[in-house]
Ligand binder design. Sequence first.
Ligand code: FMN
Length: 300
Amino acid sequence: MNSVCEIFGCKYPIIQGAMGVICNPEFVAAVSEAGGFGTLASSFASSVDILEEQIKATRKLTSKPFGVNLQVMNPLTPQFVDLIVENGIKTVTISGGSPKTLVPILKSHGLNTVTVVPSVSVAVKSEVLGVDAVIAEGSESGGIQGLTGASTMVLVPAVVDAVSIPVIAAGGIADSRGYRAALALGASGVQVGTRFIASRECTAHSNYKEAIVAQSEIDTRLANLGPFQVRALNTPLIDKIRQDPSLIGKGFSEEGLEASWVKGDMEAGLLPAGENIGLIHNILSVTEIMNEMITGGENG
Ligand SMILES: Cc1cc2nc3c(=O)[nH]c(=O)nc-3n(C[C@H](O)[C@H](O)[C@H](O)COP(=O)(O)O)c2cc1C
């Protein structure tokens, strides 16, 4: 069995990337049901109860394994650990900061632990900490990233050369060509974000999904968030923020993101998306996306 499938307990080595408030239980369960690994996000979870409800709702929809992404930046993350253990989650991903404190705690509970890494040096440090795998996330990916970064094409083989644990490629993967390319670079699996937003099951508003379908590979923009930056769709709001960074509070607040991602107000918040929007031309079901990714290469 593929090493990533063993760690995550899934049939295919395709991990659905955590995506803040749009990782609804129906969507996460659909990915696991289709043979991938669905991931709930906790980055914007403002209470333990909210995450618990989501775990329980997802569990009702699938008996297959799914996971939770822990964001180091969320102050509630230490409290989420007990909840995760009590609710039978077996694999977690960690992102958004140093995993140094979290990894030993998670390992002591017997959890499979996977960190998102932007560079070879962070991947090596993660391996030393004892993680089971790393997700090498290239700078073309949608969402938050560091101020410096390398693209997936360079980062993945560099990380593969530097560590002996499995490497999962993230950033820019939207179809069977990206999936096969990632494996050719030495990755043992892929993590996919933006392509899954444009799925029927994802709770993202149709304005967000349609903008992903409509925009091209040169349409994403980077906005500075201080120590981080975010890659998002080209909207008037991101232009304003790029000219006046003090507006970022509006563009990346919990309320702003909920209003734009879920309610469709395109000017209420930034809409993260990767360069792979240039490869996404339709809104499909999760199963259709997964099937094309796995079998498309055999026909194409
Ligand atoms: C809307 C959006 C929200 C995201 N939120 C998170 C998050 O909460 N935690 C995280 O680890 N990664 C987050 N990411 C990154 C994804 O999990 C994934 O690694 C990335 O989207 C992969 O690149 P791709 O968009 O090119 O497929 C987010 C990405 C997007 C597009």
